[in-house]
Design a protein around this ligand. Structure first.
Ligand code: DOR
Ligand code: ZN
Length: 347
């Protein structure tokens, strides 16, 4: 049997939500990840250090109770139009602050972002970016113009990011879930302070998968899946070995009834099948040896996380496994449910 050993992955963009679903979602990711950057677009949102501290405590608790003491949640604050620089100083003040990033969601661009940012270059926010630059906090950006055509939205927001890189040259920036050739090229042409996360679904699917043979709500996400040409650029960046491209799954579960309805919520739930999905994509490119860098090394490296000496390994075995259907009518549905994957994690 073919085996592949990699250091435990870091998922640098994941949604754990709040309330009843939190426990299951944390366990799902902590099972195979060394750590993860947890997104703040919860309800209520994570706006301050205190919010992040409480959220982190709950996440750690769940992971510990489940026997995943190794799991390290990294926290992100959600940027609001009126966020002040004091928020950054406060979040950075503790030794080993748990807050590693601040997330910029353009207002209204996706799930729970009606309180997002409408004027990203306003004076108070420039002070926020300056403080982040000084303390070494990462600006994580959902790079889409909420007023643009959905297929052009990512490309149309790139000039805003360009301006930020110009005004704050030492600020570390992550373009989240890049979905276009334009965004990939933007990152390639930027300095080492600008990186991108890539999801398993943007590596694998294009907009025909979403729309061609019937509309597939479980592949509907923001940014929306793009052309085959864009997918190829994203896939190539992920397998390239360039350390400014790393894993951020954007695993974003919604209950089945919020996806299979007349107005479907945006989000693809990949956490339970993430690593096997990625293994297939890397194997298709004959680049399996680069999976570990992408999934386990470049992300924490960009965020300045020092790896533990005895980083545990994850074993993948080349064995066909069927993707399960959800266990209840409320549970989130996995993309490709009922189909098979060629790899599975051996626990
Ligand atoms: O598809 C998405 N779902 N994209 C996002 O940016 C947010 C996420 C969510 O929270 O549901
Ligand atoms: Zn997300």
């Amino acid at each position: 049997m073919e085996r592949l050993l990699i250091r435990r992955p870091w998922d640098m963009h994941v949604h754990f939500r709040q309330g009843e679903v939190l426990d299951g979602l944390v366990r799902e990711t902590a099972r195979y990840c060394a750590g993860a950057l947890v997104m703040p677009n919860t309800s209520p949102p994570i706006l301050t250090y205190e919010d992040a501290l409480e959220y982190e405590f709950r996440i750690k608790n769940v992971a510990n109770r489940a026997g995943y003491q190794h799991f390290k949640p990294l926290m992100a604050l959600k940027l609001a139009q009126n966020t002040s620089e004091q928020t950054i100083w406060r979040a950075a003040s503790s030794i080993n602050s748990i807050v590693k990033a601040v997330k910029l969601y353009p207002r209204g661009v996706t799930t729970n972002t009606s309180d997002g940012v409408s004027a990203p270059l306003e004076k108070n926010l420039q002070k926020v970016y300056a403080a982040m630059q000084e303390v070494g906090m990462v600006l994580s950006i959902h790079c889409e113009d909420p007023n643009a055509d959905v297929f052009a939205a990512e490309e149309q927001y790139l000039p805003v990011v360009g301006l930020l890189t110009h005004l704050f040259p030492d600020l570390r920036i992550v373009l989240e879930h890049v979905s276009t050739r334009a965004a990939v090229e933007f990152v390639q042409q930027s300095g080492p302070n600008v990186a991108a996360t890539i999801t398993a679904h943007h590596m694998r699917f294009n907009r025909n998968h979403l729309l061609k043979d019937g509309l597939r709500p479980h592949l509907y996400c923001k940014p929306i899946l793009k052309t085959e040409n864009d997918r190829q650029a994203v896939h190539a960046a992920a397998v390239s070995g360039n350390p400014t491209f790393f894993l951020g799954s954007d695993s974003a579960p919604h209950p089945k009834n919020a996806k299979e309805t007349s107005c479907c919520a945006a989000g693809v739930f990949t956490a339970p099948i993430l690593i096997p999905l990625l293994a297939e994509s890397f194997e298709d490119a004959r680049m399996l040896d680069r999976l570990e860098g992408f999934a386990s090394i470049y992300g924490p490296q960009f965020y300045g996380i020092v790896p533990r000496q005895s980083a545990a390994l994850l074993t993948l075995v080349r064995e066909t496994e069927q993707i399960p259907h959800p266990r209840s009518s409320e549970a989130a549905v996995l993309p490709l449910a009922g189909e098979s994957l060629r790899w599975r994690i051996q626990y």
